[in-house]
Design a protein. Structure first.
Length: 443
């Protein structure tokens, strides 16, 4: 272990969960007694990996044999997998000790972790604010010290936005090199490549340790050739600047010191244009999302309207209102603006080519993870521009690392993200460490 990083023991982590989780509600379910028993049994075993005996948690979308996996859905609250996901298997075989499953939004579709299964997850930095979503329970557990590391999923910023809100590191791994297996629910095949996975942790050393254990079994694709030359600062404009209009000026000097050559907005469409491309891709495939669920299209639309009107009253908990709102906005976008899926796919292919050309020239992309601090509970879902900088990373299938970078006025965590090509996780961790060390003050 690094001399600068001390991981908690299982008893310490279990005590922290008992003391703090009633307020934060990061966990859907815990297995603390089982974890303590595993800890006692493994103390006499020779370590099989650097993660031997390390307490961790898993987002409640990764199948765990004998432990319910709901995907955040009340309809699947008692779903009991008979086999574990490769994610669970690799950490169990490494000797890490699972503390429990963490909360997410219903079916992982909303940007705040509130569900009929796990309640509303609070941000450790301010309990009145969201931890983000869909990996909000993951980020909250890590940020508060209840869990050493997590493994989340990212379909539109679902790792990076919670990491940003809670002030931790979070990485979306490219599906080209780290294909998602054993998750529930799964996105439809037409947009499968947009769904990434990856770790969350409080420091780069832990991130690197987790990836080192996971890579031999979870990383299946070859890394693209990449020789770092510099960075392109991709700064939002106009309303998309949100509460960080000085992003380029704030990050530019630190980026120059960390990366060398820094350029601004070169070779890419505007953030606004890329965000619209991502929205079009999601909306154009709306039917695929709904029909991939057991509700089907007709019942799904009824469930959406019921969730928004009744909000769980009369016992109808088929969908949480936050997820229903996302689906309704997606449906409206499909009907009013983005009817042509072939046009959406063509435009996304052009954007992927633009990003790939930057990588081929040796440039990473540096952008805000989000230009807003964590909103109060209930205010993130449907926010018009909250995920504007993250969603384009999904359609590019980027390896994307969220890095804590100072704080917004008022003291809430702020974050930048770095995009690299598939397989560039080691390079991004080096760059993330360098950028964080040159950021404005302590995290």
């Amino acid at each position: 272990m690094s001399a600068e990083v001390r991981w908690p023991t299982v008893p310490e982590a279990a005590a922290r969960v008992r003391a703090r989780d009633p307020m934060i509600r990061a966990f859907v379910r815990t297995r603390l007694e089982e974890a303590l028993a595993e800890h006692a049994a493994r103390r006499s075993e020779p370590p099989g990996s650097v993660l031997h005996g390390v307490p961790y948690s898993l987002k409640d979308m990764w199948d765990t044999a004998g432990i319910p996996t709901s995907g955040g859905s009340y309809r699947y609250r008692d779903r009991l997998p008979t086999a574990s996901s490769p994610v669970h298997e690799v950490f169990a075989d490494a000797g890490a000790v699972l503390l429990g499953k963490t909360n997410l939004s219903d079916m992982g579709l909303a940007p705040e972790s509130a569900s009929w299964v796990g309640g509303v997850t609070a941000n450790p930095a301010d309990l009145g604010r969201t931890a983000g979503g869909s990996s909000g329970g993951a980020a909250a557990a890590v940020a508060d010290g209840m869990s050493t590391f997590e493994w989340g999923s990212d379909f539109g910023g679902s790792i990076r936005i919670p990491a940003a809100f809670c002030g931790v590191f979070g990485m979306r791994l490219s599906t080209e090199t780290w294909p998602v297996r054993g998750s529930f629910p799964n996105p439809p095949p037409s947009v499968f490549y947009m769904n990434g996975q990856g770790p969350l942790a409080r420091d780069v050393f832990t991130m690197r340790s987790v990836l080192g254990v996971a890579a031999p079994r979870l990383r299946t694709g070859a890394a693209r050739s990449f020789a770092l030359r510099g960075a392109v600062l991709w700064a939002p404009r106009g309303k998309l600047c949100g509460q960080w209009p000085s992003f380029a000026d704030d990050v530019g000097p630190a980026a120059a010191a960390a990366f060398g050559e820094v350029r601004r907005d070169e070779g890419l469409p505007t953030v606004g244009r890329a965000f619209r491309l991502a929205l079009a891709m999601y909306a154009a495939h709306f039917e695929d999302f709904v029909e991939s669920d057991t509700l089907g299209l007709a019942e799904g639309l009824v469930a959406v309207l019921s969730a928004l009107a009744l909000r769980g009253r009369l016992g109808d908990k088929r969908l949480h209102p936050h997820t229903a709102k996302v689906l309704l906005l997606c449906a409206l976008g499909r009907v009013l603006f983005w009817r042509d899926r072939h046009a959406a796919e063509r435009d996304v292919a052009h954007f992927r080519a633009d990003v790939g050309a930057l990588w081929d020239r040796g440039f990473v992309v540096v952008a805000p993870t989000t230009c807003y601090p964590a909103p109060p509970h209930g205010k993130a879902t449907g926010h018009p521009i909250l995920p504007a900088c993250c969603m384009p990373g999904n359609i590019a299938d980027a390896t994307a690392l969220a890095v804590p970078f100072g704080r917004f006025p008022g003291g809430l965590p702020r974050s930048v993200q770095i995009w690299g090509p598939p397989g560039s996780e080691d390079v991004l961790l080096d760059l993330g460490a360098a950028l964080a060390s040159r950021g404005p003050g302590p995290r």
